[in-house]
Write a protein that binds this ligand. Structure first.
Ligand SMILES: Cc1ncc(COP(=O)(O)O)c(C=O)c1O
Length: 446
């Protein structure tokens, strides 16, 4: 049956009355009723009560398999015994102090061991902050101010990052020279003037743009796997080209691995065999707490060194290296063994195969992109290589599928993003596929 989306949303409203009431109440205190843009969708977001393993339970008593994992962070699901134990132990000793603890050294040592390009590391409280400090390091180290970033690349809320992250397709300009479009009001036009926007996976045009600004560019900032832009892996040759051209002109190469770190123990840079100058990490490294990190070459990170007086780049943050987050992160990273990593990667591969077969069997003009435990559904048959090709997909069908799956006990991002957690079994993949089949057949007319 092909049910209008309004009916599918009506079913969502009927099954989520308490969420609706909470959202109505929230609008009187929180701006727009929420406190994080990405958790909102119309007509109202679903309010969670608790999570256990890979299951989520909302305030209306609906149970769903969590394929979102707080936007790919919860790699071990909820209430993992080792993480809960580590956190409880730390809380009893004190949640944070105005002094360092051994916990931060332990997590730093583990991450440095796993990611050879990170010679020195620092912790922050959010990925946005990690990006902010990384860009400042690049500008401070090179003495240059221009930043090249990828069209459709998402790097959080810092001014330089909120550029052409989600530009409307009718404003993006020619692919030879993508327009610089701020994603928020309130950013000084002086920032836009410092930006160079590169088309993802497009060597010819990226090369011309980098060469044009080669003496002014501090860095090229890239997610090796475009995350919010649609889980689109970079071509290896594209990353190799970026590595070579940046090295040639003294431009720093920054990998934002805040999402992609979950594809290998050493992140996407291990998978591609490419060593960036600086890297940002977040999401999975914290075991579910507000922790991110940035690091890289020792000579660059030395700008933050306080040993010979005031550091050239001060790094403040009341909750930097917060012991509870460090303890949780350490437990999470230790539980992410090579076997656990292989298993979720294989499960991701299997789920993408199941989804592809289902789309084929039902004649749906859609596809799934992804790497390892990450995936994204696109209602499009053209090859998805960059932000523009992803955005040309049928967003209305994607939105309808999101609600249809939500009504059938599957939690994904409304933009079609999903991931696997170590708490899942192969049966959860079958459950996803059955729900997908039902949603396509019963709600979408396939
Ligand atoms: C690739 C990437 N970079 C940076 C960020 C910003 O991180 P945060 O939300 O912790 O500020 C995100 C968040 O989703 C991200 O996906």
């Amino acid at each position: 049956m092909n049910i209008p989306i309004e009916k599918v949303i009506q079913r969502y409203i009927e099954k989520n009355k308490k969420s609706m009431q909470l959202y109505q109440r929230a609008q009187n205190s929180l701006a727009g009723g929420i406190t994080r843009t990405s958790t909102y969708f119309q007509p109202f977001p679903v309010y969670m009560e608790r999570g256990e393993g890979c299951m989520l339970y909302d305030v209306d008593g609906n149970e769903r398999v969590d394929f979102l994992g707080n936007y790919t962070s919860m790699i071990h699901g909820y209430n993992h015994p080792k993480i809960t134990e580590a956190v409880t132990r730390q809380i009893q000793k004190g949640s944070c102090f105005g002094a360092p603890t051994e916990q931060e050294i332990k997590l730093a040592e583990l991450l440095i061991l796993r990611v050879p390009s990170i010679e020195r590391i620092r912790f922050a409280s959010s990925g946005s902050e990690a990006i902010m400090f990384t860009l400042r390091l690049a500008q401070g180290f090179t003495g240059r101010y221009k930043i090249a970033k990828i069209e459709g690349g998402f790097h959080g809320s810092y001014d330089y990052a909120l550029m052409s992250m989600h530009p409307p397709l009718d404003q993006v300009g020619p692919v030879e020279s993508p327009a610089v479009i701020p994603d928020a009001v309130g950013i000084s036009p002086a920032i836009s003037e410092q930006m160079v926007i590169l088309p993802f996976n497009d060597q010819k045009n990226s090369e011309r743009l980098i060469l044009k600004h080669k003496h002014e560019l501090a860095c090229v900032l890239i997610e090796p796997i475009l995350g919010a832009g649609g889980i689109i892996p970079a071509r290896k040759e594209y990353l190799q080209f970026l590595r070579e051209i940046t090295r040639q002109y003294g431009i720093l190469l920054i990998f934002d691995e805040i999402i992609s770190f979950r594809v290998r123990l050493g992140g996407a840079q291990e998978m591609y065999g490419i060593r960036p100058d600086l890297t940002t990490l977040g999401k999975i490294i914290s075991g579910g707490y507000p922790v991110a990190a940035f690091g890289g070459r020792e000579d660059i990170m030395a700008l933050m060194d306080p040993r010979s007086g005031t550091p050239r780049i001060p790094h403040s943050g009341t909750f930097n290296g917060t012991p509870v987050g460090m303890a949780a992160g350490l437990a999470a990273m230790e539980a992410l063994t090579p076997e656990a990593m292989d298993r979720i990667n294989q499960m991701g591969e299997k789920l993408r195969t199941l989804i592809t077969e289902t789309f084929k069997k039902r004649g749906v003009k859609a596809q799934v992109t992804g790497v390892g435990s990450l995936f994204n559904i696109h209602f499009s048959t053209e090859e998805i290589l960059d932000y523009r090709s992803a955005q040309r997909g049928d967003m209305k069908s994607r939105n309808q599928l999101f609600f249809s799956l939500l009504n059938r006990g599957i939690f994904l991002a409304s933009r079609g993003l999903g991931c696997i957690s170590t708490a899942m079994t192969w049966e959860h993949l079958d459950r996803f596929n059955t729900s997908l089949n039902d949603a396509l057949a019963e709600d979408m007319g396939y």
